[in-house]
Design a protein around this ligand. Structure first.
Ligand SMILES: NC(=O)C1=CN([C@@H]2O[C@H](COP(=O)(O)OP(=O)(O)OC[C@H]3O[C@@H](n4cnc5c(N)ncnc54)[C@H](O)[C@@H]3O)[C@@H](O)[C@H]2O)C=CC1
Ligand SMILES: NCC(=O)COP(=O)(O)O
Length: 333
């Protein structure tokens, strides 16, 4: 497989975790490429004294010296200042993401692994995107890709019904969204990307205690429960479960995936359980995209102490999903 890493925010820990992941993956039989900036990669390689040979390439198909990490230069920033917000950094992050995704669309690379971007820096660069998921959704004409997190150690999977939305808008969005279509698409993606034939899905409630029969809120009775009933003969969906005890009691172990109604409801427990090893996956895109589960880590950028584990796991998962998709296309129809 050929994997492209988009460089992420050049002032964050992205370049460092890419370099450290490459040291672990070089010799794995797969090939790797960074879309971003040679100067930035060289800066972190030198500052952190990481023994990676870099090679500047003009095109993604150019031949590369054995053992070197090729870097496709998308832009070369004037200033590299770890831990700072900047429009130039945000612009490079987005341009690298676009170029890397194009390489996957063209079939030059088999999967995209994105290093973290900083949402404030991309806003300074003039973007109104809230992250990779929305950016890639627009780029590939997929209106609502699904954000899912996977921990390869515990096999915990968490998907989000709503993603980067202000909390006050969540109930209206849950009412407005097509939850049936969301769950059907989730089931299909788990089949193709994770080879789970009949995924068992747990839906969390929106309100405290899943509203205790309507005592504190009504979305469970009006939206979530009817959806589960409608789908009961087609999909394995259960709930709505009270969110507060669901993870602590390990109920999640009875399911292939947990659907949280909003960002922090799902990601808070996920990151408590799996921060180091967790992976962010975008489901529903024509290309394979994974990412570490953490952000740009500005307070530790340039210090050499960032863990590459999540980026490494994201890269392994991207390879697995790319393989699973190929296997699916080879199945008799
Ligand atoms: N995939 C992506 O592009 C993501 C981007 N972000 C963005 O990143 C920016 C910073 O977000 P924060 O909320 O501060 O989260 P963060 O994940 O960057 O940092 C949270 C804490 O975890 C630590 N940390 C993060 N990654 C680490 C690693 N690999 N090794 C050791 N320690 C690590 C940081 O030092 C900090 O103490 C924001 O703009 C956010 O929106 C956040 C999550 C994912
Ligand atoms: N909380 C997840 C996150 O911020 C990453 O979002 P995305 O960049 O994968 O859309």
């Amino acid at each position: 497989m050929r994997i492209v890493w988009s460089i992420g925010d050049p002032h964050g820990i992205g370049p460092e975790i890419i370099l450290k992941s490459f040291l672990k993956l070089e010799g794995s039989g797969h090939s790797f490429l960074v879309a971003g900036s040679y100067r930035v990669m060289e800066y972190y390689r030198n500052a952190l004294d990481l023994p990676v040979e870099l090679e500047l390439i003009e095109s993604a198909t150019a031949p590369v010296r054995h053992g070197a990490l090729p870097v496709l230069s998308i832009a070369e920033p004037e200033n590299i200042t770890p831990g700072t917000l900047s429009a130039e950094a945000g612009k490079l992050a987005l341009e690298s993401l676009h170029a890397a995704a194009e390489l996957c669309r063209e079939g030059v690379c088999d999967a995209l692994v994105t290093a973290p971007i900083n949402k404030e820096s991309i806003a300074l660069a003039g973007s109104d995107e809230k992250g990779h998921t929305g950016f890639l959704g627009k780029m590939f004409g997929v209106p609502s890709p699904t954000m899912m997190f996977y921990d390869p150690v515990t096999e915990l999977r968490v998907a989000l019904a709503t993603i980067h939305e202000p909390l006050e808008q969540v109930p209206a969005l849950i009412r407005k969204m097509d939850l049936d279509a969301f769950l059907s698409a989730l089931t299909s993606s788990l089949k193709t990307d994770f080879a789970i034939a009949t995924p068992r899905i747990a839906l969390l409630g929106l309100n405290p205690h899943a509203s205790d029969g309507g005592v504190m809120g009504c979305e469970e009775q009006e939206i979530i429960r009817p959806c589960i009933e409608r789908l009961s003969d087609r999909l394995q969906v259960e709930g709505p479960f009270p969110a507060d005890g669901f993870f602590g009691s390990k109920m999640y172990q009875n399911y292939d995936i947990v659907v949280a109604m909003y960002h922090d409801q799902g990601l808070l427990p996920f990151k408590v359980l799996a921060f180091d090893t967790g992976v962010n996956v975008t489901l529903g895109l024509p290309i394979v995209r994974t990412s570490p589960d953490h952000g740009t880590g500005f307070t530790i950028a340039g210090k050499g102490i960032a863990s590459e584990r999540s980026c490494y796991e994201a890269t392994l998962l991207a390879i697995t999903i790319a393989r699973n998709r190929i296997k699916q296309t080879e199945l008799p129809s």
